[in-house]
Write a protein that binds this ligand. Structure first.
Ligand code: DCP
Ligand code: MG
Length: 399
């Protein structure tokens, strides 16, 4: 039987909360973040986007593009509170809920009878409730699987709903650029483009065998995605024990100095990944350990970790001693570097303590001591979503 998946993603989430709480900001170009901290835009209103301002952009660049941009400091506790209410509304629609970040989640509504089982009406109901009860807007996508539901929620953003019925999949998918596929980051995109493959339609000209030959196991996944196929289930509970990123370098890093420089890029990737998982600087005190992984060109691989008890996110300098120890005194070419943070065990003392409670609602920090996390990564490698990792996922890119 065909499944019914809804993907919901709030519009300019942090900015929307700010505007809701100060309506004088409505209709104006505003950005959140940057006023304090790392100096980058966390998000911005759609009015600011019209000037080219984007998430993760340095504030200096944002102000160059939009000189009258208003900057607001981030207020994570407030966004987390709205997120809890948002997830509670979703959870009332279906218990099969997989939060991806503070403002984004998948819902499997296949077995839900409300609205005569119409996923479209359920999605409209969610959007109306969130607007009326929380004062922010949410875009939603309805489709037979996660891949298409996520693309659909972006299709009519902001404040939009897009439905892709099983009958529409065959027409919809061929025109999608391959860059929209789950697991295709810059590296895989470059390889696909090099083969003359720009859209899913182009990809469909390739046999599964030919894709496997070029992309290994991920080739089979590409073959299915190009046909709109994606059987990943909506995951209600998945323990997350670490968040990490790693990179295999196209040219080996020849010296320890080069490895140290590479750490900086990896730390930025890790920050980005943590933000996407909804972990802000207030969570830093919850990390248990830092670790670095190093693979030499002869594939000898080592990992080293250390306890982290400080109340801030680790920077490149914090990972350097681990790297130095792993590298040793004799210069050797390095093909892969990775790093990450380990989170506390999700089960301790028989009670499951998580970011989300059993009903899928995020748990307030005050009620959960040190045990806060249950997200969408498993084990120590943090290779993104489930399914066959693509070369880009293995490189720790966002998927
Ligand atoms: N965020 C961040 N840094 C980023 C990206 C996002 O701090 N590089 C934060 C701010 C966003 C929130 O996460 O409000 C949700 O991220 P989204 O990617 O869903 O972006 P928005 O909700 O802001 O905008 P959109 O309307 O495109 O979903
Ligand atoms: Mg959003």
């Amino acid at each position: 039987m065909s499944r019914k998946i809804i993907h919901c993603d709030a519009d300019c989430f942090y900015a929307a909360v700010e505007i809701r709480d100060n309506p004088a900001l409505a209709g104006r170009p505003i950005a959140v973040g940057g006023a304090t901290g790392r100096g980058v835009v966390a998000t911005c209103s759609y009015e600011a986007r019209a000037f080219g301002v984007r998430s993760a952009m340095p504030v200096s660049e944002a102000l160059r593009l939009c000189p009258h941009l208003e900057l607001l400091p981030t207020d994570m506790p407030r966004y987390q509170a709205v997120s809890r209410e948002f997830m509670a509304i979703l959870r009332e629609t279906s218990p099969i809920l997989e939060p991806l970040s503070l403002d984004e989640a998948y819902l499997d509504v296949t077995g839900i009878d409300h609205f005569q089982g119409s996923a479209t009406r359920m999605a409209e109901h969610i959007r109306t409730r969130v607007r009326d009860e929380l004062g922010i807007t949410v875009s939603a996508g309805v489709a037979p699987n996660k891949f298409l539901a996520k693309i659909a929620s972006d299709w009519h953003k902001p404040d939009g709903l897009c439905v892709i019925t099983p009958e529409e999949v065959a027409d919809f998918v061929p025109r999608l650029p391959v860059t929209t596929l789950h697991g295709v980051g810059p590296r895989t995109a470059e390889k696909l483009h090099g083969l003359g493959i720009k859209t899913c339609g182009d990809l469909r000209q390739w046999s599964e065998l030919a894709l496997r030959e070029r992309f290994g196991r991920y080739g089979a996944r590409l073959y299915g995605l190009a046909r709109g196929e994606d059987d990943r289930p909506v995951q209600v509970t998945r323990p997350r024990k670490s968040i990490s990123v790693e990179n295999t370098y196209s040219q080996d890093l020849a010296t320890l100095a080069e490895c140290r420089r590479a750490l900086e890029g990896l730390v930025s990737d890790l920050e980005r990944r943590m933000r996407r998982k909804g972990l802000d600087s207030a969570d830093a005190g919850q990390f248990e350990k830092l670790f670095v992984k190093l693979r030499f060109s002869d594939f000898e691989t080592h990992t080293r970790e250390m306890v982290w008890r400080r109340p801030e996110h680790p920077g490149a300098a914090d990972f350097t001693p681990l790297l130095d120890t792993l590298y040793g005194d004799v210069p050797r070419p390095v093909r892969l570097l990775g790093l990450g943070v380990r989170l506390p065990e999700v089960r301790r003392g028989g009670r499951q303590l998580t970011l989300f409670d059993a009903g899928g609602r995020p748990v307030p920090p005050s009620s959960q001591g040190q045990q806060r996390y249950r997200g969408d990564e498993q084990g120590g490698q943090g290779q993104g979503d489930e399914g066959t990792p693509s070369p880009d996922e293995a490189a720790g890119e966002d998927v």
